[in-house]
Design a protein. Structure first.
Ligand SMILES: Nc1ncnc2c1ncn2[C@@H]1O[C@H](COP(=O)(O)OP(=O)(O)OP(=O)(O)O)[C@@H](O)[C@H]1O
Length: 504
């Protein structure tokens, strides 16, 4: 069997050319190629060429040795001859070896080295899945190109298969989990839920981050509902909702007379959550004095009720959530770094709704109980940037459900302006190119309609507080805001919080 390699290789520039190519193909360094040929010259020539081009090779001279090698080692590709016994030219041995190799390693690319007389057999094996065939004497450049392409393709298809397997596994896990009514259609949310379900099984502290109304509370529900503690207490505390003196009593309990108005002793949320899960929402709003006490109870499980010297113990899993940038708050001294690391063993980052637009229509279907949408509604819902996230969307859906005159819901029913222009391109993060430049990308809110969940100004808040007799929960509801969001606006405008009415 002639190989025609050694001389032609040198004639084409020989080792120098190989060295240049080798520099370019360093990425292939780890790929190992099995060469099966009874002709030692062929083996050596191929080996040298592969080595100079950044591949490892392993040469064997018989089909039996080839099968033994492929059982024991990991190869990226096989180059095999078609005849191994002296004076045999039928290619039968090659055919048998090909099928046996495929059985051992179904996806592995196999290049056949054939004489021109075996063309028919080569075509047959190509139909059976052989990756390529090269007539002897072969062309080095063509062979190298073929090897490079086949290995990349094989890797891609393996990665693809692995991704599909992971996705199927994720879908199955999610399908069986208690999602606490969470609705989604985006891959970003699927990943988030998948991570939440994994974290649910452990007892680590999880910090859920994301903007207002994005669904952090829901994720906390999922973390508890799918945990081994699911039948134990699940206590939620909105850390941002109360002034500090009341918050301490809320968290740790208080003895009668501990502060004005404390007529009888009460247990705190830590005690109530003992053995279960405690969810601390809006943790970024906890003042520094409270942070010290919280850190202590997280580190030691020990605390005292307000007005008592008796040290109590509790064991709770702590989940917390924030829409603030706590890392920034650490820099400015507003948040303790040690507490941050206690709370944030793992961060579950929930993207804003505008970065998971595939959630929008499933959520609308959910909130409108499956009512039909016309084209204007779909376009406007997808184009709007939802600064208030799911909460804003939920309010817009309620509005549409109540106000729509016809069966079909249109953009106007949602308080949105029908989009006139084609939708701007959406980049990889799901943010339109417009969004990259402006915070409010599309002016899709209907000017003459009552805006859905627009931020109220100082006088509007003050008027609403008076109208609702100081009951903050009702004021927040009237604006379609969470209490926390309202508190933040009140703080910004310097409007005093009347604690007694805060819980409404
Ligand atoms: N994926 C979802 N599926 C169904 N309902 C959702 C989803 N995400 C959020 N919601 C609903 O949207 C509203 C706001 O969600 P949630 O309170 O969980 O947000 P949040 O991020 O905790 O907000 P905040 O920071 O203001 O407390 C709730 O009524 C919640 O039930």
């Amino acid at each position: 069997m002639s190989n025609g390699v050694t001389h032609r290789g040198l004639a084409n520039g020989g080792p120098l050319r190989y060295r240049v190519v080798a520099e370019l193909t360093k990425m292939n360094q780890m790929d190992k190629i099995l060469i099966v040929d009874d002709n030692l010259d062929v083996c050596q020539a191929l080996s040298l060429m592969l080595e100079l081009n950044g591949y490892k090779s392993h040469c064997v001279q018989s089909p039996e040795m080839a099968l033994d090698a492929i059982e024991k080692h990991e190869f990226s590709l096989v180059i095999q001859d078609m005849n191994f016994t002296r004076d045999t030219t039928s290619g039968e041995e090659g055919r048998e070896l090909f099928h046996a190799l495929r059985e051992c390693r179904p996806g592995i690319p196999i290049i056949l080295l054939t004489a021109w007389t075996e063309l028919e057999m080569a075509v047959e094996l190509m139909k059976a899945g052989a990756a390529d065939y090269l007539g002897k004497p072969w062309d080095d450049a063509k062979l190298l190109t073929s090897i490079g392409n086949l290995i990349s393709l094989h890797k891609l298809s393996r990665e693809n298969g692995e991704l599909k397997r992971q996705k199927a596994e994720r879908t199955a896990v999610i399908h069986e989990a208690n999602l606490c009514g969470l609705v989604f259609g985006s891959t970003a949310m699927e990943r988030c839920v998948d991570l939440a379900l994994q974290l649910a099984k452990s007892d680590v502290s999880v910090l859920i981050t994301g903007p207002n109304g994005a669904g952090k509370d829901r994720l906390a529900d999922i973390l508890h509902a799918n945990s081994p503690l699911k039948d134990k207490p699940f206590i939620k505390v909105n850390v941002g909702a109360l002034p500090m003196e009341l918050m301490e009593a809320e968290l740790f309990g208080a003895e009668a007379g501990a502060f004005t108005g404390a007529t009888k002793s009460r247990i705190g949320r830590f005690e109530a959550a003992n053995g279960g899960t405690l969810f601390l929402d809006e943790i970024g709003n906890l003042p520094l004095s409270g942070q010290v006490k919280l850190l202590r109870v997280l580190q030691t499980g020990e605390f005292e009720r307000l007005g008592s010297h008796q040290t109590r113990k509790c064991k709770v899993r702590v989940l917390s959530a924030t829409n603030a940038d706590l890392r920034q708050d650490i820099q400015t001294g507003r948040f303790r770094e040690d507490l941050f690391y206690r709370l944030n063993v793992v961060e579950l980052a929930l993207p804003p709704l505008c970065e998971r637009r595939d959630d929008v229509l499933p959520l609308v279907q959910h909130f409108t109980r499956g009512r039909a949408l016309d084209a204007s509604a779909k376009a406007a819902l997808l184009a709007h940037s939802w600064p208030g996230n799911v909460r804003e969307l939920e309010n817009a859906c309620k509005r549409a459900d109540i106000l729509a005159r016809g069966e079909m819901l249109s953009a106007v029913d949602f308080g949105l302006m029908p989009t006139q222009t084609p939708q701007p391109a959406v980049n990889q993060s799901g943010i339109s190119s417009n969004e990259a430049h402006h915070n409010e990308p599309f002016n899709t809110l209907l000017p003459e309609s009552e805006p859905v969940n627009t931020a109220p100004n100082r006088s509007e808040i003050e008027a609403a507080i008076t109208a609702h007799n100081g009951v903050i929960a009702r004021v927040a509801k009237s604006f379609g805001l969470s209490r926390q969001a309202l508190y933040r606006r009140m703080e910004k405008f310097g409007i005093e919080v009347k604690s007694s009415k805060a819980e409404g």
